[in-house]
Design a protein around this ligand. Sequence first.
Ligand code: C2G
Length: 138
Amino acid sequence: MKKVLTYGTFDLFHYGHLRILQRARALGDYLIVAVSTDEFNEIKGKKCTYPYAHRAQIVEAIKYVDKVIPEHNWRQKARDIRENEVDILVMGNDWQGKFDDLNELCQVVYLPRTEDISTTEVKHHVKNERSIAIKKSA
Ligand code: C2G
C-alpha cells in the first residue's frame, strides 16, 4: 500500500484545498493529512476562522482522506513519515524546495497550487458581500 502524507491549515476549506487532497490521494492508496493545530498556526502567524477541531473534522469528511493527525510544529514531519511508513510527501508548490531534506525518507512531490483561490480571498469575498448587504439595508 502506497501511503501519502500532506500538511496544511485548511481554514475555510475551499476548492484549492480539495484539489490538493484529490491529487495527493491519486498518487497512492492511502492519504494522511496533518492539520495544523491552533497553537501551531499562531507560530505560523496564521489567524484561523475555524478552530482545529472543526478544520480537522471537515478534512476527515473528505472522501480522499483516510487519516487525520495534528500538526503541532515544523519539526514533526520526519517522525510522521517514519511512524506512518509514508512513501510520498505532497505539498503545494508554494512550498517548492522547502522540504527537500525529507527526500532521504520518502519521495517529496510539490503540486501546482490552484489559481485564484485562497483562504484570504474567501475572507475578503465574505467581507465585501457583507458590506454590500449592510449598504443595501441602510
Ligand atoms: N493549496 C493549493 N492551492 C490553493 C491553496 C492552497 O494547492 N489555492 C495547498 C497549499 O499549497 C498546501 C495545502 O493546500 O499544500 C494547504 O494549504 P494551507 O491550508 O494554506 O496550509 P499552509 O499554511 O500552507 O500549511 O507544514 C506545512 C504547513 O502546515 C502548510
